[in-house]
Design a binder for this molecule. Structure first.
Ligand SMILES: Nc1nc2c(ncn2[C@@H]2O[C@H](COP(=O)(O)OP(=O)(O)OP(=O)(O)O)[C@@H](O)[C@H]2O)c(=O)[nH]1
Ligand SMILES: [Mg+2]
Length: 241
């Protein structure tokens, strides 16, 4: 079995080397090989140079590919290119910052290997406590509340029961990918587009708990408040069309 790991990246010079190392080293369940596809979206910092340097040092060159885009278009555009290039039996999307760690791959793949589901999402929400004040207060509280709202809105529209629609950790089989094609979103609306197309096909989304290390805007976070509006519009559009 081949696992295709799709990494969209834009200006992540601080984290790209580390995430590639983690993706390469992470143990996969027996019988799995990995195919890593990195899509650099016209980064203007050192990201591309660092990826090329890293690839040069890797022994198994056929394990990792870099696609460079001529102009920046957004996370979705990079994911679409990665999906088209991928050949794996199972596909996972991996952000290039260090919020989502590859150590969860095994637990994310298990429900698919056990034939419990053909789609698995890693959910941040169930393990994250909502706390407004104090030392252990929830980081990026508005972001957290918006993610909860977007998941609730998804459930209301599609009759689903998911807790983290916006998670980057979306894992699905090639068969599911073929069913949800074509995907069109260029930006962060790729998350609701993938989700709504899966739910419209009545495919069950199995959730696995994950813990992320949230980063702030001063650390390079790119998603903006208005992406929530695009997400709502995408969810509605895919419901009615
Ligand atoms: N290819 C591409 N990737 C992007 C672009 N903008 C962001 N990304 C990548 O998308 C990933 C997620 O971006 P973030 O800004 O961290 O947003 P987020 O983590 O999805 O936000 P959360 O909802 O908090 O999880 C990172 O790997 C970014 O490098 C873009 O314009 N093009
Ligand atoms: Mg992130």
């Amino acid at each position: 079995m081949i696992l295709s790991i799709i990494i969209p990246v834009y200006n992540e010079e601080k984290t790209i080397e580390k995430i590639i190392d983690l993706v390469l080293k992470t143990k996969l369940p027996n019988s799995f090989e990995r195919e890593i596809i990195i899509i650099d979206d016209a980064s203007s910092d050192q990201t591309k140079k660092l990826i090329l340097k890293k690839i040069q040092k890797i022994q198994q060159k056929n394990q990792i590919f870099l696609i460079t885009k001529p102009e920046n278009e957004g996370k979705g555009s990079a994911i679409l290119i990665g999906l088209k290039k991928s050949k794996g039996d199972i596909i996972i999307i991996q952000d290039a910052d260090l919020e989502y760690l590859p150590k969860y791959y095994s637990s994310l793949l298990t429900p698919i290997i056990d034939n419990k589901s053909s789609v698995v999402y890693g959910t941040r929400i169930r393990t994250m406590k909502f706390k407004l004040f104090g030392e252990n207060r929830t980081p990026l509280i508005l972001h957290y509340l918006m993610n909860r709202f977007l998941s609730l809105f998804t459930n209301l529209l599609y009759g689903s029961n998911i807790t983290d629609m916006e998670t980057c950790f979306k894992v699905f089989t090639r068969k599911v990918y073929n069913q949800i094609e074509p995907l069109n979103s260029k930006g962060f609306e790729i998350e609701p587009e993938i989700t709504s197309k899966i739910l419209r096909k009545k495919i069950n989304i199995y959730e696995v708990d994950i813990k992320t290390i949230p980063r702030g805007y001063n650390q390079g976070k790119k998603i903006k408040w208005y992406d929530a509006i695009f997400a709502i519009c995408t969810l509605i559009k895919n419901k009615i069309i």
